[in-house]
Ligand binder design. Structure first.
Ligand code: SAM
Length: 168
């Protein structure tokens, strides 16, 4: 795995940092998580694809939850979600990078920048420490932009909501 701008820290060496379950619960039900651990402590969607199935190569369907692997490949996953146009991604808020400009600023419908740092989870279900970088939720499609806005307004997720296009 490369260690570049989208890794959690300069010493980040693993992909198995799981989304805090409260984040997903605040956003409603998802049909597909295309990058899921082989052994997971909880469900993140109705259908999960792990590295053995290779979620990047498989067709995506329905509403997608995406917390992609770190490194260069992150924005390949974002590109696939942008083309799919139905889902929410959780990535580090490296807002200045080329990938963020190409796949987020140019294509996403809405963003939610978290207040504070998220604590990601281990596959054992235990919480890790605070991440070394800020995180952002990236919505593609109207339903998902609305879900971000609603989660913010209802106080389920604390952060700054930013509408990029559309009218939700
Ligand atoms: C940052 S973790 C997110 C896990 C989970 N989706 C969540 O939100 O909690 C990224 C996951 O992608 C998995 N992964 C890496 N490459 C993959 C691939 N080609 N296809 C499917 N999953 C993959 C890793 O094993 C890891 O569990």
């Amino acid at each position: 795995m490369s260690r570049d701008f989208n890794t959690a820290s300069a010493t980040q060496t693993k992909d198995e940092w799981l989304t805090p379950p409260a984040v997903i619960a605040a956003l409603g039900c998802f049909d597909l998580d295309p990058c899921s651990p082989i052994v997971r402590p909880w469900d993140t969607a109705t259908t999960h694809l792990d590295i053995n199935a290779d979620g990047m190569k498989m067709p995506w369907f329905g509403r997608v939850w995406l917390n992609p692997p770190y490194g260069d490949q992150t924005f390949n996953w974002l590109a696939k979600l942008a083309a799919h146009q139905n889902g929410i991604a959780l990535i580090f808020a490296r807002t200045e990078t080329k990938g963020f400009h190409r796949e987020v600023w140019q294509k996403a419908d809405a963003l939610l920048f978290f207040e504070g740092r998220l604590k990601f989870f281990h596959v054992t279900g235990e919480a890790g420490g605070a991440a070394n970088a800020p995180s952002v939720l990236v919505a593609y499609g109207e339903e998902n932009a609305s879900a971000l806005k609603a989660a913010c307004e209802r106080g389920l997720l604390r952060g700054q909501f930013l509408r990029l296009r559309g009218d939700a």
